[in-house]
Design a protein around this ligand. Structure first.
Ligand code: FAD
Length: 438
């Protein structure tokens, strides 16, 4: 795009809430003298979904609001104002564009149906000459670099990973220079509180494995701690199936999910660590897991709305039931399996659950209780601090046997709890002694 002096570019933030390695922000700053940023707290994100859960619960809202405070401060240092608007974007964007003579909007590209529908409505309302610049910016391996059409994305993860590792280079991260102070707007908006949005404030539970705050600064602090100060990353492969405490895994997922850190940024920090302290199977494994994250994004690019359908991307028919008593018992940690119960109570109390826990409770829900997996996925969507549409629905489909693993497998919960919670430390943390030993 041509350099446009004296024109104003608008960065519409969504799940890219960072100032480092943000293509929309970098491009807007490069192309325009004036840059304004906006984030919409869309009331549709807080309504009750088809399966009866709030689309977002208080844990994730708290994290999001912390993220917005952090982003607003950081952008201010770059002399860019962030407006936080508690409305649907369809109406307000138009008003903003008219008020500030904006002809170019920069944003992260989203493709799942709800986000896409909003984007279409926005585009339809804007004047025809408005430039709309969308960037895939949530990937480790950029879609423009992979030399594969989305239809040709392999169904099997290992094939996908090996192809990328062999052929594709991960891009460098990009940064922006501060604008002139006169770029700041006199107009100011307040970031609401959790209560303003109609939720009860939540505090961090003393047993929580995720006792972190939102925002790019906190993400960078966590990387610094986990990689460089404690070198825990050097042992990650051995600890990653843990259940108790803040350090068994990186805990980077929540910042990744709302985009306050990029996957590329983490990748390059792993490489820095390897340069300084040597690489091993643990440092590689963190990148391996980030490739899983990419994989589910490509799966959703390939299969679109099939990821939300009962028969999944495999289009396979199972008899799912919707027994409300069983669902409630699962949610409240009142099933016959103490290991499932402990994990579900952790989720309810903290908005967090380990990967090992998620695998087990999802398998129990779909394969043991044979409940419609989409209900479990919708509950996770509501509760998880790190909810990410692609990872959540991709993993749920996978475990339910309608996704990328065609094998109809289920976890043996007893064996899993003996292996991963041998001394009952995790069950004792979340259940009364009597219930932990049932
Ligand atoms: P680490 O073990 O430190 O891994 C590093 C990063 O790799 C993670 O932050 C994450 O971005 C990625 N990653 C790790 N495991 C997976 C995986 N199985 N699939 C995709 N990416 C992965 N992850 C989410 O980010 N959001 C979700 O909504 C989500 N829902 C899930 C639902 C189910 C049923 C299951 C089984 C898994 C789900 N996961 C989800 C994946 C995984 O459980 C979490 O990413 C992980 O537990 C986050 O902890 P961490 O950041 O410490 O991970």
């Amino acid at each position: 795009m041509q350099e446009k002096q004296n024109s104003t570019g608008l960065v519409w933030f969504n799940n890219n809430l960072r100032y480092t390695d943000n293509q929309a922000l970098t491009s807007a700053c490069k192309n325009h003298e004036q840059v304004i940023a906006v984030y919409f707290l869309d009331p549709r994100d807080f309504v009750i979904s088809d399966f009866g859960f709030k689309k977002t619960e208080a844990f994730r809202i708290k994290f999001l609001l912390e993220t917005l405070h952090d982003l607003k401060k950081s952008l201010k240092k770059l002399n860019i104002s962030l407006l936080v608007i508690n409305e649907i974007p369809e109406n307000s964007l138009l008003t903003l564009c008219a008020k500030y003579s904006i002809e170019n909007i920069y944003t992260q590209k989203e493709w799942t149906s709800e986000e896409d529908a909003i984007l279409k409505k926005v585009k339809n309302k804007l004047p025809k000459n408005t430039g709309f610049h969308e960037y895939y910016d949530q990937f480790l391996f950029h879609p423009d670099d992979i030399n594969l059409s989305f239809n040709d994305i392999p169904r099997i993860f290992t094939q996908f990973r090996k192809y990328l590792e062999k052929n594709i280079t991960i891009r460098e991260i990009n940064t922006v220079k501060p604008k002139h102070a006169s770029n700041l707007l006199p107009e100011k908006t307040n970031i609401p509180t959790v209560e303003d949005l109609g939720f009860k404030m939540v505090t961090v539970h003393s047993n929580s494995a995720f006792a972190f705050q939102g925002g790019q600064h906190e993400a960078i602090k966590r990387i610094d701690y986990y990689f460089f100060q404690t070198k825990k990353i050097g042992n990650y492969k051995k600890t990653r199936n843990g259940l108790v405490g803040i350090d068994y895994s990186s805990k980077l997922s929540a910042w990744l999910a709302n985009g306050s850190i990029s996957a590329k940024h983490i990748y390059h920090q792993v490489k820095e660590y390897e340069k300084a302290h040597g690489e091993n199977e643990s440092t590689y494994w963190l990148i391996f897991e980030l490739i899983w994250r990419d994989f589910f994004k490509y799966v959703s690019l390939k299969h679109h709305n099939a990821i939300f359908k009962k028969d999944g991307i495999l289009n396979v028919k199972y008899q799912w039931n919707t027994n409300e008593t069983l669902i409630q018992q699962w949610i409240h940690g009142e099933t016959d399996e103490p290991f499932v119960n402990a994990n579900m109570i952790e989720l309810k109390e903290t908005g967090w659950m380990s990967n090992r826990g998620r695998q087990n409770v999802a398998s129990y829900f779909a394969k043991e209780l044979q409940l419609d997996w989409r209900i479990g996925a919708a509950y996770f969507e509501s509760m998880l601090i790190d909810y990410d549409v692609h990872s959540n629905y991709g993993n749920w489909m996978y475990v339910a046997g309608v996704g990328n693993d065609p094998r109809d497998r289920k976890f043996n919960i007893q064996l899993q709890s003996e292996k991963y919670d041998t001394h009952r430390e995790f069950r004792d943390l979340w259940l009364t002694k009597e219930k932990a030993r049932r």
